[in-house]
Design a protein around this ligand. Structure first.
Ligand code: PLP
Length: 400
């Protein structure tokens, strides 16, 4: 590769990793909210968006919330997670999967990934459950009392489905409920069944860079109508049925606003197009690196396990310098940055995060290796052919 130091050319428009991509009807729904003065954390758009989500995912019930993080938090509250409890969580994820465990004063038990999907390893999951059961788990130097974990949080990283068959099987064996973090996986599926509908609860996110966005927002989905009704109650300050304001338990302000839900309704109309575009981007990169392999490079992609369909929210690769003539993911990331193109290292696993130091972890190095060599490439559904020309020009310079 050329090692010439290049001037950063910020005159070129920025190519984002994943930026919002509106479809058209969003404004219509938002305007309706203004016209009817439904400017509140409830209203026709909230109800409509919940119905859209139910219809699309096949979940019986959905509650639209202020964020995906709020959805995880409420699911843990509904499952009765309390201080000192253990909650199993995939380590290779964004911090929002794990933070709500700490909100409840519970202790996360982090599980490493399997190579097949880069998501929670079923084998390590079972080993961890057994260790918790036997009282062999250490937290900050102290042995935790023998107990079964209260919940299991697997994640569909970058939209690639986790091995839900095996995870559900193990969870069922020990009767531990699953909270499925499908924040990145709206539209992904396993044998035709949508991600988010496998666990007791599924959580979705509509943050600014997700596959569809409401600027910020999330949802909790489930087959359990009573639990979803309870989540709405908790999300609106847990107000009892009385003419005055009466509260018998602690509530939260986690409901989605009717304005934001209007954006969501518009976005649902184009979701399948967005998925198709992201999968096409993935294919473009894949094809590029198949050709590069003839020049002696070996860039690896996050696999799509058999029977599963990934929305390919972000195209994630690993570049091991030993297989790529010394090129590292930083070589590529910095070369992109110099051209005003955003790429990003993979999520730093939770067991390596300073904030979770001393927290139990069951692993074999799988996520650590991926983090070390991994990069997310620009994957927005609004990337143009010209954007790809610029991206491939950088790739050509690096993988010469
Ligand atoms: C985005 C994300 C969340 C949280 O969603 P917010 O809506 O941003 O709170 C949770 N888990 C994962 C894996 C995410 O990527």
């Amino acid at each position: 590769m050329k090692l010439a130091v290049k001037n950063t050319n910020m005159n070129k428009p920025k190519i984002w990793l994943s930026s919002p991509h509106m479809g058209g009807s969003e404004q219509k729904f938002v305007n309706q909210a203004f016209d009817t003065n439904w400017v509140a954390p409830l209203g026709p758009n909230v109800n409509g968006f919940e119905q859209d989500l139910q219809h699309y995912t096949g979940a019986k019930h959905a509650a639209a919330l202020s964020s995906g993080t709020a959805a995880i938090h409420l699911s843990l509250i509904l499952l009765g997670v309390k201080p000192g409890d253990l909650v199993i969580c995939q380590s290779f994820t964004f911090s929002a999967s794990a933070n709500p465990i700490a909100y409840q004063g519970a202790i996360p038990v982090f599980i490493d990934s399997e190579p097949e999907s880069w998501n929670m390893s079923p084998e390590l999951l079972e080993r961890a459950i057994q260790a918790c059961q036997k009282g062999e788990v250490m937290h900050q130097g102290m042995k935790m009392p023998a107990q079964l974990p209260k919940a299991i949080i697997p994640v569909h990283l970058y939209g690639v489905p986790a091995n839900m068959d095996k995870i559900e099987q193990i969870a069922g064996k020990y009767k531990i409920p699953v909270v499925e973090d499908a924040a990145e996986a709206l539209g992904s599926s396993i044998n035709g069944r949508k991600c988010g509908t496998f666990g007791r609860f599924g959580i979705l996110s509509f943050n600014g860079n997700k596959i569809i966005t409401t600027s910020g927002g999330g949802a909790l989905i489930s087959e359990d109508g009573e639990a979803i009704a309870k989540s709405r109650f908790l999300a609106t300050q847990a107000r009892d049925n009385a003419p005055h304001y009466q509260h018998s338990q602690i509530g939260y302000n986690y409901r989605m606003s009717n304005i934001v839900a209007g954006i969501g309704r518009g976005q649902m109309e184009v979701l399948d197009e967005r998925i198709a575009a992201r999968r096409t981007s993935f294919e473009r990169y894949n094809k590029y690196f198949r050709t590069a392999s003839q020049r002696g490079y070996r860039v690896r992609f996050q696999p799509e396990p058999e029977g599963s369909f990934a929305n390919r929210w972000l195209t994630a690769i690993t570049i091991n310098p030993e297989e790529n003539r010394g090129i590292t993911r930083e070589t590529l990331r910095l070369a992109m940055e110099a051209e005003n193109i955003e790429s990003r290292p993979l999520w730093k696993p939770m067991h390596l995060q300073p904030v979770f130091e001393g927290t139990p972890f069951f692993g074999d190095g799988t996520s650590e290796m991926r983090f070390k060599h991994g990069l997310c490439l620009p994957s927005g559904s609004n990337l143009t052919d010209q954007d790809f020309e610029r991206i491939f020009r950088v790739l050509d310079e690096v993988f010469i």
